[in-house]
Write a protein that binds this ligand. Sequence first.
Ligand code: ATP
Length: 249
Amino acid sequence: MSATMPPALQLEALSYAYARGRPALQDVSFSVPPGSFTALLGPNGAGKTTLLSLVTRLFQAPGGRVLVCGHDLRQAPRAALGAMGVVFQQLTLDLDLTVIQNLRYSALLHGLSGTLARTRIEEALARAGLEERGRTMVRALSGGMRRRLEIARGLLHEPRLLVLDEPTVGLDVDSRREIVAEVHAFCREKGLAVLWTTHLIDEVWPEDRLVVLHGGRVRAAGSVREVMGKANAGSVGEAFGALTRGKAA
Ligand SMILES: Nc1ncnc2c1ncn2[C@@H]1O[C@H](COP(=O)(O)OP(=O)(O)OP(=O)(O)O)[C@@H](O)[C@H]1O
C-alpha cells in the first residue's frame, strides 16, 4: 500500500443532533487506513447508525468533513460515494426478485452493463457462494445467504471502502462467525478497506483497527493493542467495558 495514499475514510469533527434529545454524535474524528479492517465498536445507542448515515450522506452534518479516498463528500459526492460500498443494517434486497435480478439492478445503478456487468455478477455469485442460486427468489434464501448476497452486491462496482452497519444482527452463531471471517479474509487478500460496526467484541480480531464509540463520542481509536493500552486492559472485552462504563458525558 502506498504511503501517499489518502485514508479510505477520514472523518473530521462530525457532530449531529436529532430534533429532540441530546446530541447523537459529538466531535467525532477518526480515519480508516487503506486496506485496513476497522471495527467501530459501541453499545446500543452509541451513535453507530447515525455515523454511517453521515458517511453515506443520508444525513448531512452541520459541520466537519467526510473524505472518502480523498474525495470530500460534500464537494464531490459522486466520487466519494462511488468509492464506497454500503451494507445497511436493514436488508435492502428485493425479496421477490431473483438473486441475479437483484445484482443486475445494482450493476445498472452503478453504470455497469453488458459483458462487464455479467462478469461482475458471476464474481459476486461466486463470492457469496450462490453460484447455484442465481435464479432463486431472495425470499427463499437463509439469513446468512441474504447477507452474503448484500455484501457481494456492495462490492460489484469494486469500491476501495466497504462500510457495514451491524451486518451480523439476527444471524445464527455459525453464519455470523463465517461472515466475519469472510470479510476479514477479503479485506486482507484484496486490500479492501472495511468499516464494520458492531456491539459484539468477538467480531474484533487482534490485527484490526478499533474505534470505541460511546454516548456519541470516540473513547479510543487505534490498533487493538493501542486501545487496550489506553484502557489499561488485558483484552478487548475489558477495554470495551472500561471505556463504555457509566453514562457518557
Ligand atoms: N430518528 C431519531 N430521532 C431521535 N433520536 C434518534 C433517532 N435515531 C437515533 N436516535 C438517538 O440517537 C442516539 C444514537 O442512536 P444510533 O441508532 O445512531 O446508535 P447505534 O449505536 O446505532 O445503536 P444500535 O446499536 O441500537 O443501533 C441514540 O440516543 C438514539 O436514541
